[in-house]
Design a binder for this molecule. Structure first.
Ligand code: ADP
Ligand code: MG
Length: 589
């Protein structure tokens, strides 16, 4: 949980600036522009920096916000305070429409898609009669409170910076929540997040809307600052510039958006005022110098200026330990002795010509540790992916407690109490261990984005973090709780994945090579943990290459070779099975 003190200091400083004696009015105008850009950049921080969705089209949403209020206040005489929610609503609704189409694009197609609608909407603004075509709309009324009209840049300054401060606060609150963790997992961990119930397309759409609403807010303020709108500031070039601002400031950080806006707006202003004095008659030179300076800046601070500045601050000590006495509701356990938890029947998966899993059948009973072994490429991980819904089987069927789940996506499988770890660790490296593990409890929390922004989610959130902390302690990583997951050794990261999987309150735990990279002592601790879990009522299905580990731990072993099950039985029978020895264990075993 981050402190909110910096934002209070920021608000006080911004409130004091206009009262500094001798403050040139020109600087206030500049600060107004910085605030307007900062709002848009803040949205891009969430969308692009955190969510990994690059958008060149944000200027269009600024346009929607600006034109909505321009039209409604001039043609229909509505009060600007009434058009504020409408401007935000229209930007948000259009984000839903454009987002539904665009968000599903991947790779280069997404930024190209946003560029396309950025261009398209610009032409729409400049062609529509009721929006005044290229001339736009003028005589927009100023914002006013009672008889006080915000006519000067110095008076609307307060409205702009109140908007920036509140938006920063709400955005940071959102990022520091259940929904925020889902958003932060979009860029580098969506497969894992989905395995814990995160609905990725919904999270993407949410950041799209959030960014668009912030841009719409900027547009609404812009319209009442300029008191006139025309299409030019909402074109694709402006869209590119907003992205630039976010990247220069530090696209992963809310304050990066604000800082980037300050850097870019001031740099442009300085160049425009002073460069002609140095290089007379220069038309395009300032654009070139501007570009060179920004590239130089990014060389110096590749992640953006904000994180670069922060790296000079002394490192903050770890966060507070959550109150582990708080409890989440637990899953009702199926009673009865001989329950077959998981049944795999003739599961088959074909990748082109390769049959990765060839009509494999086995089951996992309640309170049982089953090991899946076999040489590399035998189809073990693919079997895991079939069970957890990451892949769907070519044929055959998979049932959980007698219910067929063949076509269920990962988000549904996890609801049944099956959780997993990944052979190739999938943690969000720039989130703490605690935050990563808390993603495992995603489905056990209920707070949505709005309550997170308003901090109404604290009770819910405290329980999620308590559960995460408990599971981290259980796997023996309490000391690393507040470290970034990416800073841990690979072996420890695997253990973090187990803690995350345990946060599901699973009935069945699927572990893909959990002991890889662990030292001897750590392996013994892991074996003890897994036995304890089984004795506590959980089942475990694990893939592992360390035969000493498997033979001592598993109740039953299933052996795969070239996608086919070649043996199944207790460790003692598997050890002496001639076919298994030939295919996998070798003579030495
Ligand atoms: P194991 O985990 O037992 O080492 P895998 O299940 O990863 O084996 O792989 C089994 C076979 O399926 C291998 O031949 C592998 O190359 C192939 N395979 C696995 N995943 C894919 C995929 N997504 N696309 C194509 N082939 C795959
Ligand atoms: Mg594998």
């Amino acid at each position: 949980m981050q402190s909110r003190l910096p934002i209070l200091v920021f608000a006080l400083v911004m409130a004091a600036i206009p009262f500094i004696p001798g403050m040139p009015p020109f600087w206030i105008v500049l600060l107004d522009n910085i605030g307007l850009s900062a709002l848009v950049a803040m949205g891009l921080v969430l969308l692009t920096g955190v969510g990994g969705l690059t958008s060149f089209g944000q200027a269009a949403f600024v346009g929607f916000g600006a034109y909505t209020t321009a039209l409604l206040t001039t043609a229909y005489g509505l009060s600007p305070w009434l058009t504020l929610p409408l401007s935000l609503l229209i930007s948000g609704l259009l984000a839903v429409l454009l987002g539904l189409v665009t968000v599903r694009l991947s790779g280069h197609y997404l930024p190209l898609g946003t560029l396309a609608w950025g261009l398209g909407l610009f032409y729409l603004f400049s062609k529509l009669e009721f929006l005044g075509r290229n001339d736009g709309i003028s005589a927009i009324p100023p914002l006013s409170i009672g008889s006080f009209k915000m006519l000067s840049p110095g008076s609307i300054y307060f409205a702009i910076w109140v908007a920036v401060t509140l938006s920063a606060l709400l955005t940071m609150n959102l990022l520091d929540s259940r929904t925020g963790r889902a958003i932060r997992a979009l860029r580098r961990g969506h497969v894992a997040a989905e395995a814990f119930g995160v609905h990725t397309p919904r999270a993407k759409l949410l950041v799209f809307i959030h960014a668009a609403v912030l841009a719409g807010l900027s547009g609404w303020l812009y319209a009442h600052l300029q008191r006139a709108v025309n299409p030019t500031p909402f074109g694709a070039q402006a869209g590119i510039e907003y992205l630039f601002i976010a990247v220069v400031g530090g696209a992963g950080y809310v304050w990066g958006g604000v800082l980037g806006a300050a850097i870019v707006v001031i740099l442009k202003e300085v160049l425009q005022s002073y460069l002609p004095l140095i290089v007379p008659g220069s038309g395009q030179v300032e654009t070139i110098v501007f570009g060179i300076m920004l590239v130089a800046l990014l060389q110096l601070a590749p992640g953006g200026v904000w994180p670069w500045l922060m790296s000079f601050l002394p490192e903050r000590s770890g966060g507070r330990k959550p109150d582990t006495s708080l409890k989440l509701e637990q899953r009702p356990r199926a009673s009865g002795q001989s329950s077959i938890l998981l049944q795999v029947e003739k599961a088959r998966k074909q990748f082109g010509g390769v049959v990765a899993v060839n009509n494999v059948s086995f089951d996992v009973q309640a309170r049982e540790i089953v090991a899946l072994i076999g040489p590399n490429g035998a189809g073990k991980s693919t079997t895991f992916n079939l069970i957890t819904g990451v892949l769907s089987a070519t044929s055959g069927s998979i049932s959980v407690l007698g219910r067929k789940v063949d076509r269920a996506p990962p988000q549904e499988i996890v609801k049944l109490g099956i959780s997993r770890t990944f052979q190739h660790v999938k943690l969000v490296p720039d989130m703490t261990v605690l935050e990563n593990v808390a993603i495992g409890a995603h489905l056990r929390g209920h707070s949505g984005p709005l309550s997170s922004m308003l901090r109404l989610d604290r009770a819910d959130e405290a329980k999620l973090l308590a559960e995460a902390a408990r599971q981290i302690e259980r796997v023996g990583l309490a000391e690393q709780m507040h470290q970034l997951a990416g800073s841990l050794s690979l072996g420890q990261q695997r253990i973090v994945e187990i803690a995350r999987a345990l946060c599901v309150d699973p009935m069945l735990l699927l572990l893909d090579e959990p002991a890889a990279g662990l030292r001897h002592m750590e392996k013994q601790q892991l074996a003890k943990l897994l036995r304890d879990l089984r004795d506590g009522g959980m089942s475990v299905l694990l893939v592992e290459h360390d035969m000493g580990f498997v033979m001592n731990l598993a109740d039953r072993i299933v052996v795969l070779d070239f996608g086919t099950k070649i043996a199944e039985g207790t460790p003692a029978t598997i050890k002496t099975n001639p076919e298994v020895i030939k295919a996998y264990l070798g003579v030495a075993a």
